[in-house]
Write a protein that binds this ligand. Structure first.
Ligand code: SF4
Ligand code: SF4
Length: 78
Protein backbone atom coordinates (compact mmCIF):
# COMPACT_ATOMS: atom_id res chain seq x y z
CA UNK A 1 0.00 0.00 0.00
CA UNK A 2 1.27 3.45 -0.85
CA UNK A 3 1.96 5.92 1.92
CA UNK A 4 1.92 9.68 1.67
CA UNK A 5 3.54 12.45 3.62
CA UNK A 6 1.95 15.85 4.19
CA UNK A 7 4.50 18.65 4.28
CA UNK A 8 4.22 22.35 5.04
CA UNK A 9 7.06 24.62 3.98
CA UNK A 10 6.96 27.10 6.84
CA UNK A 11 8.88 29.81 5.04
CA UNK A 12 6.52 29.87 2.05
CA UNK A 13 3.43 30.26 4.23
CA UNK A 14 1.99 33.69 4.95
CA UNK A 15 -0.57 32.46 7.44
CA UNK A 16 -3.60 33.51 5.38
CA UNK A 17 -5.59 30.54 6.67
CA UNK A 18 -7.18 29.63 3.31
CA UNK A 19 -6.04 26.03 3.63
CA UNK A 20 -7.69 25.79 7.04
CA UNK A 21 -11.07 26.73 5.56
CA UNK A 22 -11.08 23.81 3.09
CA UNK A 23 -9.72 21.05 5.29
CA UNK A 24 -12.58 18.59 5.86
CA UNK A 25 -10.88 17.16 8.93
CA UNK A 26 -9.93 20.33 10.77
CA UNK A 27 -6.30 19.30 10.84
CA UNK A 28 -4.63 22.67 10.36
CA UNK A 29 -4.05 25.52 12.78
CA UNK A 30 -1.95 28.67 12.83
CA UNK A 31 1.22 27.94 14.75
CA UNK A 32 2.66 30.07 17.52
CA UNK A 33 6.12 30.25 15.95
CA UNK A 34 6.96 33.02 13.52
CA UNK A 35 8.67 32.15 10.22
CA UNK A 36 11.59 33.89 8.48
CA UNK A 37 9.21 36.33 6.76
CA UNK A 38 7.51 37.35 9.97
CA UNK A 39 4.31 35.37 9.44
CA UNK A 40 2.72 32.74 11.63
CA UNK A 41 2.57 29.67 9.38
CA UNK A 42 -0.01 26.89 9.57
CA UNK A 43 0.89 23.57 11.12
CA UNK A 44 -0.74 20.19 11.34
CA UNK A 45 -2.28 20.35 14.79
CA UNK A 46 -3.95 16.96 14.36
CA UNK A 47 -1.82 15.05 11.81
CA UNK A 48 -3.44 11.75 12.73
CA UNK A 49 -6.73 13.04 11.29
CA UNK A 50 -5.26 13.99 7.88
CA UNK A 51 -6.72 11.91 5.05
CA UNK A 52 -4.20 13.32 2.48
CA UNK A 53 -7.04 14.61 0.34
CA UNK A 54 -4.77 17.44 -0.99
CA UNK A 55 -7.47 20.12 -0.80
CA UNK A 56 -5.15 22.30 1.26
CA UNK A 57 -2.38 21.96 -1.35
CA UNK A 58 -4.74 22.98 -4.14
CA UNK A 59 -6.08 25.94 -2.20
CA UNK A 60 -2.75 27.43 -1.12
CA UNK A 61 -1.84 30.39 -3.35
CA UNK A 62 1.79 30.13 -2.27
CA UNK A 63 2.23 26.40 -2.91
CA UNK A 64 3.40 25.93 0.64
CA UNK A 65 1.84 22.52 1.17
CA UNK A 66 2.65 19.32 -0.62
CA UNK A 67 1.78 15.68 -0.36
CA UNK A 68 4.40 13.25 -1.54
CA UNK A 69 4.56 9.55 -1.75
CA UNK A 70 6.98 7.87 0.59
CA UNK A 71 8.78 4.66 -0.13
CA UNK A 72 7.77 1.91 2.18
CA UNK A 73 10.64 -0.32 3.13
CA UNK A 74 10.15 -4.02 3.52
CA UNK A 75 10.04 -4.80 7.20
CA UNK A 76 12.28 -7.59 8.31
CA UNK A 77 11.39 -9.63 11.32
CA UNK A 78 14.40 -10.55 13.39
S1 SF4 B 1 -4.62 16.88 3.01
FE1 SF4 B 1 -6.84 17.18 3.36
S2 SF4 B 1 -7.18 16.38 5.42
FE2 SF4 B 1 -4.98 16.71 5.23
S3 SF4 B 1 -4.61 18.76 6.06
FE3 SF4 B 1 -4.91 18.96 3.83
S4 SF4 B 1 -7.09 19.39 3.54
FE4 SF4 B 1 -6.81 18.59 5.61
S1 SF4 C 1 -3.13 28.70 2.25
FE1 SF4 C 1 -0.89 28.52 2.06
S2 SF4 C 1 -0.10 30.52 2.64
FE2 SF4 C 1 -2.22 30.43 3.37
S3 SF4 C 1 -2.05 29.66 5.49
FE3 SF4 C 1 -2.34 27.87 4.17
S4 SF4 C 1 -0.25 27.14 3.71
FE4 SF4 C 1 -0.09 29.23 4.47
Amino acid sequence: MKKYKHEIEDDRCKGCGLCMTVCPKNVLEISEKVNSKGYFPVCQARPEDCIKCSLCCIMCPDVAISICEIEEKEETVA
